[in-house]
Design a protein. Structure first.
Length: 68
């Protein structure tokens, strides 16, 4: 997958890691909370921010467990 991205889009877009999950953190209106994803991806596991607006806050817990 990483090589395919590098070939089709370019080496600059090649991801460092690829992780699979059942769900992404979304607001009640369906928007993906990219801020939370960035914090988890960068390793900031203690302070992911406000999750009260999420449709399903357990998604963040699952992402954090899979990251550790």
């Amino acid at each position: 997958l990483r090589e395919h991205v590098a070939k089709e889009i370019g080496a600059i877009a090649k991801p460092d890691q690829i992780r699979f999950t059942d769900a992404l953190p979304k607001t009640r209106s369906g928007k993906i909370m990219r801020r939370i994803l960035r914090k988890i991806a960068s390793g900031d596991l203690e302070n992911v921010g406000d999750t009260s607006t999420l449709a399903d806050p357990t998604v963040v817990d699952n992402l954090l467990q899979n990251r550790k």
